[in-house]
Design a protein around this ligand. Sequence first.
Ligand code: NAD
Length: 419
Amino acid sequence: MQEHIQDAFKNAQKQIRKACDLYGECHLDQNKYEVISHPRRIIEVNIPVRMDHGSIKMFTGYRSQHNDARGPFKGGIRFHQDVNISEVKALSMWMTFKCAVIDIPLWGGKWGIIVNPKELSEGELERLSRGYVREIYKYIGPETDVPAPDVNTNPKIMAWMMDEYSKLVGKYSPGSFTGKPLTSGGSKGRGTATAQGGVYVLEKILELKWEKISGKTIVLQGAGNAGLTMAELLIHLWAKVVGISDSRWWIYNPKGLDITKISEIKANRRSVIEYSDAEKMGEQEVLEKECDILIPAALENQITGQNVRNIKAKLILELANGPITPEADTALQEMGVDIIPDILANAGGVMVSYFEQVQNNLNYYWEAEEVDTKLHKKITHAAADVYATAQEYSTTYRAAAYIVAMKRIFDAMKDRGEV
Ligand code: NAD
């Protein structure tokens, strides 16, 4: 059984425990850890879907709503065959800290459905998406819980879901889902926001360390919305992407990969294996190749106790959620590898989702430059905060990010009399 199926929630709790211990207030008051280390509500649904050949198949889905002291729940919907309750709970908890570290008034939630969408036809996927909304619509809404895309979900699916929600509540409700197409109330800049935020965070942290992106060699795990977009943005900053993977294959060329060609291959729903000018290899190998910066952008628990000692990169940017286990995290610290943690590195997505919500609620839409300026300002500010906190507490960027977030979370909970 895959490690992440067992451990994601426990791993998330361990990260929070560690930061709590560093941040004196939790140490003095155990109740604080108790309150934030568990989600408030877990919903399980079973969705009947009429398959193309006429039979009905049931699909199971979950929602974890972690905490809403700072605003409505926010978090992606994942379609994946390995989705499980532990993973969904962990992802919802990370969302709470992510929203707090970048200081937006939303709290953590996560949805997951156990399905391999590659095995469904377009019609089956639409019926599953709409069926899911029929099961959950009473628990979501623009002021309560606003889902967004995540692994294997995309703007088209968000548009189906928003449409179904609008029909069920009897009014057009674009603010019920984010990550929608522009024609259905989406925000300019949302498609690239996760990667763009990652680039801004990376630039800021490197700048504070007196370094630059240009000339750095990069390896990315994952060639999806987050990973491939990040590769496209990085080559414009003169970085050299030497390795990239999708779920099936890794490719590697120390002289650099042609990302435009790889984007064309992926746009045609094919694998990176079809790229000719590179070494091709099995699942984990490329993680262990020489590079300056390693960017996991696929799933949880990819760098573990088993492979961590083979990592050669000196800096890891976690574009995926939870790609490093706590055991590997400790080892990387001993090895002197800096990690820019997921709750900061991939927060650009939820930030622009928040901007989308604001625009939907105002029914007033911003130009791309306005979205980008706001994203840049807020996320570089958060990166600088995390960097300064790491110096202040002599700790890692991960612990620092949790400390920055925790202060805001506890202040909000205290104001509401929760702790
Ligand atoms: P996606 O479905 O668009 O892409 C995922 C990519 O990972 C695909 O290329 C897939 O082939 C690859 N992949 C899957 N399993 C793999 C494996 N075992 N080894 C190597 N590659 C594998 O998903 P995404 O939206 O890019 O999300 C990727 C990560 O980023 C997830 O952890 C997600 O939670 C996180 N994230 C995404 C967003 C967003 O806005 N999309 C925001 C924040 C965080």
